[in-house]
Design a protein around this ligand. Structure first.
Ligand code: SIN
Length: 194
């Protein structure tokens, strides 16, 4: 599948007669909210885990030196906490462009903190997209993120802002925190000249 998913996403859901839709954000959609929303609530999804396995050629890297950003990988035991936004369907015109590098809108069940549920949409970059990079050690991912930068800024800023937002949400994400800690140790070695 081509990495540009704009056209794909336009035909995936029918918003006729729909006044608002829940959107689940688990990556940059948690901290970079450049779209209007009607309501915002912490929420959890089951069966998916956050992984820095998607390449970013357009935001946090370049085609020659892609960065790494998060996607969701299926895991029956896993749960992933993020932020759900209730948005007008027109917001997807903007979001489809922002998330165009391999992400498809999938329907998912959200659970809010009070135990209530709702159906929502989530952008997931599946393994069959051209920009998918897949598994690497957290140390190697940290190295790649440290050296990558793109039109939206350094890849390290994406990682650090996400880690900070997850801590604020009370989301324990060992994968994100391990990459953060490898980046910080490498930085300390560099600055101490060791
Ligand atoms: C998301 O945040 O929900 C999708 C991935 C991203 O844009 O970082």
């Amino acid at each position: 599948m081509s990495a540009n998913t704009i056209e794909h996403n336009r035909t995936r859901q029918n918003f006729d007669g729909v006044s608002s839709v829940w959107l689940f954000g688990y990556g940059s959609l948690i901290y970079k909210v450049d779209f209007p929303f009607l309501e915002k609530r912490p929420a959890t999804i089951r069966g998916w885990q956050r992984r820095f396995w998607q390449g970013s050629h357009d935001h946090r890297g370049t085609p020659e030196a892609p960065g790494r950003v998060v996607t969701l990988i299926e895991n029956r035991e896993a749960r992933c906490k993020g932020i759900a936004y209730r948005v007008s369907p027109s917001v997807f015109e903007h979001l489809d462009v922002r998330e165009k590098n391999g992400y498809l809108r999938l329907t998912i069940q959200l659970t809010f903190e009070d135990g209530s549920h709702a159906e929502g949409l989530v952008y997931i970059a599946t393994e069959d997209n051209e920009a998918f990079l897949g598994h690497a050690s957290e140390e190697d991912i940290a190295r790649q993120i440290t050296s990558a930068s793109g039109p939206s800024g350094p890849n390290s800023e994406y990682l650090l802002r996400l880690a900070e937002s997850l801590r604020m949400l009370g989301e324990e994400c060992p994968h994100t925190f391990a990459i953060e800690s490898h980046m910080q140790s490498a930085h300390n070695v560099d600055t101490k000249g060791g």
